[in-house]
Design a protein around this ligand. Structure first.
Ligand code: NAD
Ligand code: MN
Length: 376
């Protein structure tokens, strides 16, 4: 008998509702693994959060970053604390990991899950109109951390925020985006026909984004089976809202994709359900998976945080690890539960975090036992 794989997962619940939703995600993952029996998961919880920072003056202990390389994947909650400036917490934990492990591609799938309603009436009527993946450049661009301040606090203070675009950085994200578009084209049964929209702003950002456009055009020559087009970022917000069905795979810079993906999450019903993956596409380093929401201080400890962002994130982690069927099964269980009305307040319901989590576990088991009785 072939032995089943065991994946070693570093879990970093972090701050705020992070521990609540990561706890939900690990519970569901363990239920899925034990029910399917085709793989197993070993979690190692790392207490790296703002409490740790307040006690030790750093988010990541000595040797911690290197230690992450021993895992197959990282499951992350959120970081952010009322007592610590956001740029310190974000840089100290999340961005340090992303930079160190070369997570240069950030992937954000957006879909209207069965049972969720969109603020757009047209989408609620026909959810199939919205099915996107946003590929965000995750290592440079506007968030490269370059710049400085002089004459601080004086009327003639100067601050610069320098956007960095390297040919190497742009080319690798374009290749990844074209590959993602090709792959999605295949999956959807339209043989070899993927679609990619390259978001730009080269009419106003006339250096970095002109390079961005040129590299996109050059890389496209290696993907003649992918239909691609360019779109200015401001016009893109209009198109996402009015003609969502015309989009499929989208690639954008760090800043542009950050903003567009929040819009995408809102169109799909709630920020509480959206997942994101920070990937090292070379697979030399473990990738990191997280819900897109933050610490949500005002609901901490109330048991009302929506766990679906973290659970869908867990499904995306399984997909990256090669457990495609398990990932699909998990997302389907999530949809089954939302559809029958087991929803947290952000989705207009009154269920708690634990209600949703245990219903999803129940659905995982129920579907499995149903399959055993009547195999397809
Ligand atoms: P947020 O995502 O924490 O909250 C935005 C709104 O969405 C709030 O009303 C919140 O209650 C609600 N919300 C978020 N997640 C929810 C969930 N799972 N269920 C139900 N409602 C949910 O964003 P914010 O308020 O801008 O930031 C709060 C803190 O989180 C800040 O410190 C910020 O820096 C941090 N943050 C961290 C990350 C990250 O770790 N990747 C991402 C975003 C924000
Ligand atoms: Mn953001």
């Amino acid at each position: 008998m072939a032995s089943t794989p065991t994946y070693k997962i570093a879990s970093i619940p972090g701050d705020g509702i992070g521990p609540e939703v990561i706890n939900a995600a690990t519970t569901v993952l363990q239920k899925l693994a034990s029910t399917l029996g085709t793989f197993s998961l070993q979690f190692h919880h790392l207490p790296w959060n703002s409490e740790y920072y307040k006690a030790h003056g750093r988010y990541i202990p000595e040797g911690g970053l290197e230690g992450l390389r021993n895992y197959d994947a990282i499951l992350f909650g959120s970081v952010g604390d009322p007592d610590v400036p956001d740029h310190i917490s974000l840089t100290g934990l999340r961005l340090t990991i992303i930079r160190h492990l070369h997570h240069y591609a950030n992937l954000r799938p957006t879909r209207l899950l069965r049972g969720c309603t969109s603020p757009l009436a047209a989408l609620s009527a026909d959810p199939s109109l919205l099915d996107w993946v946003i590929v965000r450049e995750n290592s440079e661009g506007e968030y490269s951390g370059q710049g400085g301040r002089t004459h601080v606090g004086t009327p003639w203070e100067v601050a610069t925020e320098v956007a960095i675009f390297t040919r190497h950085g742009v080319e690798r994200i374009m290749r990844f985006a074209f590959e993602t578009a090709r792959e999605r084209g295949r999956k959807k049964g339209t043989p070899g026909r993927g679609r990619l929209c390259v978001v730009t702003k080269s009419n106003a950002q006339i250096h970095g984004l002109v390079l961005w456009d040129e590299v996109a055009a050059a890389v496209s020559k290696d993907f003649l089976d992918v239909e691609w087009e360019k779109m200015l970022v401001d016009a893109m917000t209009v198109r996402m809202t009015l003609h969502p069905e015309t989009l499929n795979t989208i690639v954008a810079t760090n800043l542009h994709a950050d903003i567009l993906s929040d819009l995408a999450a809102a169109l799909a019903g709630s920020i509480g359900i959206a997942p994101t993956s920070n990937l090292d596409p070379t697979r030399e380093n473990p990738s990191m998976f997280e819900p897109i929401h933050g610490s949500a201080f005002e609901i901490v400890g109330k048991g009302v945080a929506n766990p679906i962002g973290a659970i869908w994130t867990a499904a995306e982690m399984l997909r990256w690890l090669g457990e495609e069927d398990a990932a699909d099964a998990l997302v389907e269980s999530v949809e089954n539960v939302v559809e029958v009305g087991c929803r947290t307040a952000d989705l207009g319901g009154n269920a708690g975090t634990e209600d949703v989590t245990s219903e999803i576990c129940r659905d995982v088991e129920r579907r499995r036992s149903h399959e055993d009785v009547s195999p397809k």
